[in-house]
Design a protein around this ligand. Structure first.
Ligand SMILES: Nc1ncnc2c1ncn2[C@@H]1O[C@H](COP(=O)(O)OP(=O)(O)O)[C@@H](O)[C@H]1O
Ligand SMILES: [Mg+2]
Length: 265
């Protein structure tokens, strides 16, 4: 039961007024509303097609293909939701020492398979970092996939990595349509899709929130530089070593890492 401030005139602190609780409740309600909406769309599509289904074999085949597609999309959606939830748990990452040069080359090779574009490998950091290789790959593939959706065949998509003293930066730059300042404000939110751009993805607007959650799990952050008509650069910035998470590493790698640190000035 929630009380409005009117009912409790003497409560002045936000906690006394139940504000954090109220805010959490409201955001949970919004979340459930968004999830329901996203699931209802494919359900309605499937239902509509099944109700109209006749005996024509050609038509039946088309409906089955469509239903499969919609179910696949729902499945992807649920997988994404679960990942978002899991990414906030401690011990989510599987950390290991990763060679940056190899990682960058591998990310680039994988991304070029997504679509025909003018792909460029524009910088390669040399060195090592501690990260969850699979999750970082997922992040960069997500960004690269988005980049293919907002560019055309002749456009450039560049991937690069750079190492400074204590941070590693990996970026995906595209010469596509860019993002308005207004859209930049909220596209990282769950279920947010650009309002001003034409919709190019079949996703539920969870891609960038997953990117952000995975990067935050690494104690990093995401930077976005974009100008309408000129393209976008999404950069993930990660601490070189997530030291406090070493306990998750297998013992052999923990030992290798601590000797690596001891040898540093
Ligand atoms: N490289 C990009 N260029 C232009 N707009 C982009 C780019 N990447 C993302 N966006 C915008 O951000 C929105 C959210 O992206 P995302 O979270 O991946 O969701 P989805 O791909 O499901 O739409 C997109 O709908 C689009 O408007
Ligand atoms: Mg996307």
């Amino acid at each position: 039961m929630f009380h409005s401030p009117d009912e409790k005139p003497n409560c002045n602190s936000p906690i006394e007024r139940n504000e954090p609780f109220q805010a959490a409740f409201t955001s949970q309600q919004d979340f459930i509303k968004d999830v329901s909406h996203e699931l209802r769309t494919p359900i309605t599509i499937i239902q509509g097609h099944l109700e109209l289904l006749g005996d024509d074999p050609q038509e039946r085949a088309e409906t089955i293909a469509l239903v499969r597609d919609e179910l696949k999309r729902m499945n992807r959606f649920v997988t994404d939701l679960l990942l978002l939830m899991r990414a906030e748990r401690p011990n989510f990452l599987r950390l290991s020492a990763v060679d940056l040069e190899m990682l960058t080359q591998e990310l680039f090779a994988k991304a070029t398979g997504l679509a025909t574009r003018n792909w460029q490998l524009e910088a390669i950091a040399a060195g090592e970092m501690v990260c969850d290789r699979q999750r970082i790959t997922q992040v960069v593939m997500n960004l690269a996939q988005n980049a293919t959706q907002y560019t055309r065949e002749g456009d450039t998509i560049a991937i690069g990595s750079a190492l400074t003293n204590d941070t590693i930066r990996i970026w995906v730059r595209d010469s596509g349509e860019g993002i308005t300042a207004e859209d930049q404000e909220y596209i990282f939110d769950r279920f947010a899709r650009g309002r001003t751009s034409e919709r190019r993805s079949e996703g539920a607007g969870l891609g960038l929130s997953i990117v952000q959650a995975l990067v935050r799990a690494h104690d990093g952050h995401v930077e976005l530089f974009s100008r309408l008509g000129q393209g976008s650069t999404f950069a993930i910035v990660l601490p070189k070593r997530a030291l406090h998470q070493h306990q998750e590493l297998p013992r052999s790698e923990r030992l290798a890492l601590s000797s690596l640190q001891e040898s540093q000035p």
